[in-house]
Design a protein around this ligand. Structure first.
Ligand code: HEM
Length: 306
């Protein structure tokens, strides 16, 4: 006897007690049918409830509904006969695949013998798509400039390309934004680069115009505005700098820097470039500190006061 095959034992729960097949036929076990009959069965197991079928010995719920129904391979393989649907199915041929009314079968055999074909099959009966009139094709936009992404021309926030004339056309796009110099930097004269300024600051030359740090009153600051041969002073956070030597080195131009001459330039400075370290840039230009009007002896330096 080779039923069930020995390999099935890997999938089937082993019975805990040695029920005889005869006992199972007369009295269904209290155990769920997940426990298959032990020992080699002598032919197909029989069940009294369904003589017309070849049921197995294990039934669901026949023992007064005290059994929790489960499903096993044995149950599936043999028809126990207590289910009308199973009986009905038993008389039918094996299910066909693809299903009779499935789209797969209809599309594979559009013979019409199986009723109205689904829409995909009937699509072949539709009229072919209208031919495209070549004249219409010519009506489509063909200008390469109308759709392509421009690879040339000024980009936002960029100045004009060097060694080229200013762009007068950008390929039909919106008018180019005039951004000759987004940062408003000026072209510094030769010998006035930031590096030149750094070298000058370390040269030991007196860039402040004073022999020693002094107290600067508001009137003194206003007086040194760069006119009438006087140096231009500007205060930043209470410190007064002589900005005259830095004027030709200022990347923003002399005119911009002069706007702060003779006054507190902190607000303008912070509006334009708060990231610039003015103390580093103008360290050698330090004149002194701002004091109240009456606290600034015009002739005495800070060292003399101390
Ligand atoms: C005495 C203090 C100042 C120092 C040390 C200074 C220094 C600088 C530096 C280093 C740059 C180049 C910034 C960069 O490349 O990122 C610059 C640019 C510029 N500065 Fe000044 N500056 C001073 C005051 C001012 C003032 C008072 C104004 C305006 C009233 C001004 C207007 C500009 C402008 C318009 C630029 C070019 C645009 C920019 O770089 O953002 N600067 N300045």
């Amino acid at each position: 006897y080779n039923h069930p095959p020995t390999t099935w034992r890997l999938f089937l729960a082993q019975p805990k007690r040695g029920d005889a097949p005869a006992d199972e036929a007369e009295t269904p076990p209290a155990n769920p049918p997940s426990s298959p009959p032990s020992g080699p069965p002598s032919g197909p197991p029989s069940v009294s409830q369904s003589p017309s079928s070849t049921p197995k010995a294990v039934l669901n719920g026949v023992a007064g509904g005290s059994v929790v129904p489960t499903f096993t391979l044995d149950e599936h393989d043999s028809d126990n006969g207590d289910d009308d649907d199973d009986d009905a199915e038993a008389g039918l041929p094996p299910p066909s695949f693809p299903a009779v009314n499935s789209a797969q079968r209809a599309s594979a055999q559009p013979t019409g013998a199986m009723g109205p074909p689904p829409k995909p099959a009937s699509s072949s009966l539709m009229a072919p798509p209208p031919r495209i009139n070549p004249a219409n094709l010519r009506a489509l936009p063909t200008s390469p400039q109308s759709m392509r992404v421009p690879t040339t021309g000024p980009l936002p926030n960029r100045g004009p390309v060097p060694n080229r004339a200013p762009a007068t056309s950008n390929g039909g796009l919106a008018p180019a934004v005039k951004t000759p110099n987004a940062r408003n930097k000026v072209l510094l004269s030769p010998g006035h680069s930031p590096l030149d300024w750094a070298i000058l600051q370390r040269s030991g030359r007196n860039l402040s115009g004073v022999s020693s740090l002094i107290r600067v009153s508001p009137s003194m600051l206003k007086e040194n505005n760069g006119r009438k041969g006087k140096d231009a002073w500007s205060s930043y956070q209470g410190k007064v700098y002589n900005i005259s030597p830095y004027l030709p080195f200022h990347p923003g131009g002399e005119g911009e820097l002069k706007r702060a001459a003779g006054k507190d330039g902190g607000k303008l400075f912070m509006e334009v470039h708060p990231w610039v370290n003015w103390d580093n840039m103008l360290g050698e230009c330090l004149v002194g500190i701002m004091v109240a009007e009456d606290k600034a002896p015009a002739t005495s330096s800070l060292e003399d006061m101390d």
